[in-house]
Design a protein around this ligand. Structure first.
Ligand code: CMP
Length: 135
């Protein structure tokens, strides 16, 4: 079933010049780009996006990181897009993510892990409203 999902190319992806590399993996898979925009967010936006994590110990440095520079926010569309994107992204911790995934190939960190993908269709709906309210 065709789905939409929210994907962030985090500030480390932009800083490291990996936007094209990452985007081409999603495009090559056959996912369609519904929206794509370079944004710099403040802490309030980060809190809204990561509402389920704001009380976690790892959140303050994560907040600092995601507000540290421009990121690319996008909505991708395709069959089972939520699960497909999460498989392409790989496990959260880049040190443990499988080779062939974005994080497994390009990240050595569980914070600076290059990408975010919605974790369920319900999260995708909530996150797309936050980032692209016009969609
Ligand atoms: P993401 O998929 O955006 O969802 C939550 C983010 O929190 C995650 O990617 C990582 O960037 C970060 N994160 C999750 N767990 C940890 C952790 N144990 N230590 C540091 N950062 C984490």
């Amino acid at each position: 079933m065709s789905q939409r999902t929210l994907v962030l190319f985090k500030p480390d992806a932009v800083r490291r010049g990996l936007v094209g590399n990452i985007l081409s993996r999603f495009e090559s898979k056959g996912l369609g780009i519904v929206a794509l925009e370079l944004r710099t967010i403040d802490g309030t936006k980060a809190d809204e996006h990561y509402a389920e994590h704001v009380e976690r110990d790892f959140y303050p440095p994560l907040r600092e990181f995601v507000t540290s520079g421009p990121l690319v926010a996008c909505v991708l569309e395709g069959d089972e897009a939520v699960e497909v994107v999460r498989a392409i992204n790989g496990a959260t911790d880049g040190r443990k993510a499988a080779p062939g995934t974005i994080r497994g190939d390009l990240s050595l960190s569980n914070r600076e892990n290059l990408v975010h993908g919605s974790d369920s269709p319900e999260s995708a709906e909530r996150e797309i409203k936050i980032w692209f309210p016009g969609l």
